[in-house]
Design a protein around this ligand. Structure first.
Ligand code: ADP
Ligand code: MG
Length: 492
């Protein structure tokens, strides 16, 4: 497969070997389970969990004579995802049988798409440390998941759970366009984000609804591609990074010792942090692919594709661009706020009719910070967008100081209520009345003659005085007014 753009990674991504620099080349095959109620060719539940073999129809158990019936909803989700990847949607695609024997595959073949997938070439834009990288998509095809063999339940027996058998998977194949573990991690994170925006896959890697086969090779920077190894079924982004780093160094070690790489399928052992050989890589012809005679080719009309396109939500890249433009946010803040759709929606409710930067600041630093600490999300946040908005309004109007705003947030978080009413009821209003501030300033100056001597020689000590006055006024004094008055009275 060709890389989609000639792109030699920057030197910082190269690996120093004993005989010179090396560059990693990565292409990913990501399996994403379609977020659907039922399976790709049967009406059995596609829900995660349940007792073993609870979600199994006669089709999923491959009983003789049972026929598959395509689930239109799953096809729609594949098209939706294809459109989200700015990819070509094929009007005609074909389901093939991929033949192999395994106890968790009762049919003796997997129904997949081989020569004619439902989605063709596309691309995904990722940002890696502020550097833009375009990762080409080779294809997206629909296929069935297999069941699960359980080997660790009994000392001498293995079991098969067919709950996952027949669930719809989208296999998304990238071009060999990534050049570092960080790029691959950013790519999977972005794919996951796009599918979550689209609602086509929940992206839950712990539950296996998103997993990646990682193809790793190394080459001299800009040189010919090397032979690749495929690391199967990596189920966390962190493990993927570790697997790539380990595998690249293993290959470099072999090549620098004058050896050559065997193309093979490997497994990542997370406990040992290493990859090890599983089997020699099988070739396509080993699978004896042929069109499944039980299924007609999939014919998709442009009008249907058009209708799906019209129903797409605003996707992350567009949202980020709009947040930067409309709210004056930094690229970093825009990226944080748009990482999940509900967070972006929450922010927009706060920012509506208000200063965007203030709103972003409060949502990111105060709210997200607190939600993270408590293991909550915006969807079950005890503080609503209207309440955060209310706090921002009080700050902007000068009614409360930044310090009081944090206390107010605390009160709203634990007790609820309308921020403006709380400020009124508890007398939290900022004191701008200079008479009251002057009294507090005078007291601090009178009580600390030694500090007064020091500040005259060292004006940076003013901060200490401001702090004392703020403390004695319970944080309610306007800090600017305090500072001005102190300077005047201290003569600095
Ligand atoms: P196969 O069908 O044999 O698995 P493909 O050509 O479909 O091979 O490629 C599978 C994946 O391997 C793709 O994601 C592709 O980008 C990646 N890939 C291909 N060649 C290389 C290479 N030399 N190094 C790293 N990844 C590669
Ligand atoms: Mg492949």
């Amino acid at each position: 497969m060709m890389e989609s753009a000639k792109r030699v990674a920057e030197k910082k991504d190269w690996i120093k070997g004993a005989t010179g620099d090396w560059e990693i080349v990565l292409g990913l095959e990501v399996h994403a389970q379609v977020l659907a109620k039922s399976k790709l060719f049967s009406g059995a539940s596609a829900e995660f969990g349940g007792e073993p073999n609870d979600h199994v129809s006669l089709v999923d158990a491959a009983m003789p004579g049972m026929l598959p019936v395509i689930n239109e909803f799953c096809v729609e989700q594949a098209v939706r995802t294809g459109l989200g990847l700015k990819a070509q949607i094929n009007n005609r695609s074909v389901f093939d049988r991929k033949n192999y024997f395994y106890p968790d595959l009762p049919q003796g073949y997997q129904i997949s798409q081989y020569k004619q997938p439902v989605v063709g070439e596309g691309s995904v834009h990722v940002d890696v440390d502020g550097r833009a990288v375009e990762v080409g998509i080779e294809r997206l095809h629909l296929e069935q998941d297999a069941g699960k063999s359980l080997h660790d339940q009994h000392p001498t027996m293995s079991f098969v759970d067919l709950n996952r058998s027949g669930c719809a998977l989208m296999e998304i194949v990238s071009k060999p366009d990534m050049r570092s573990a960080d790029e691959a991690k950013a790519y999977v994170t972005k794919l996951r984000q796009i599918m979550r925006y689209l609602g086509t896959c929940d992206g839950n890697m712990e539950q296996g609804s998103l997993r990646a086969d990682v193809n790793v090779s190394v080459r001299r920077p800009g040189g010919e591609f090397g032979t690749r190894c495929e690391i199967k079924n990596v189920n966390s982004i962190r493990f993927m990074g570790q697997a790539i780093e380990y595998e690249a160094r293993r290959q470099i070690g072999i090549l620098e010792d004058g050896g050559s790489i065997d193309q093979e399928t490997r497994l990542f052992d997370a406990r040992k942090g290493e990859t090890r050989s599983m089997r020699a890589k099988e070739e396509a012809h080993d699978y004896r692919y042929f069109p499944d005679p039980d299924l007609l080719p999939l014919e998709i009309e442009d009008s249907w594709i058009g209708a799906i396109k019209a129903s797409l939500p605003e996707l992350p890249d567009d949202k980020i661009a709009r947040f930067i433009k409309d709210y004056g946010l930094t690229a970093y803040d825009a990226a944080v706020l748009t990482s999940e759709r509900p967070s972006a929606d929450f922010f927009e409710q706060v920012a509506k009719g208000r200063d965007g930067k203030q709103a972003a600041n409060w949502v990111i630093n105060e709210l997200f910070g607190r939600l993270n600490k408590e293991g909550k999300t915006v969807e079950n946040s005890p503080v609503s967008a209207a309440q955060i908005g209310g706090i921002v309004d009080l700050i902007v109007s000068g009614a409360i100081s930044g310090k009081i705003a944090k206390d107010l947030f605390e009160i709203v978080w634990t007790e609820g209520g309308d921020p403006a009413q709380i400020v009124e009821a508890r007398g939290l209003k900022q004191v701008t009345d200079t008479g009251a501030i002057a009294k507090a300033v005078d007291e601090i100056i009178a009580g600390n003659p030694d500090k007064v001597e020091q500040v005259k020689a060292k004006p940076s000590m003013l901060g200490w005085f401001v702090g004392q006055v703020m403390k004695s006024t319970g944080g309610k004094a306007n800090p600017q007014a305090v500072s001005d008055l102190l300077k005047e009275k201290l003569g600095i």
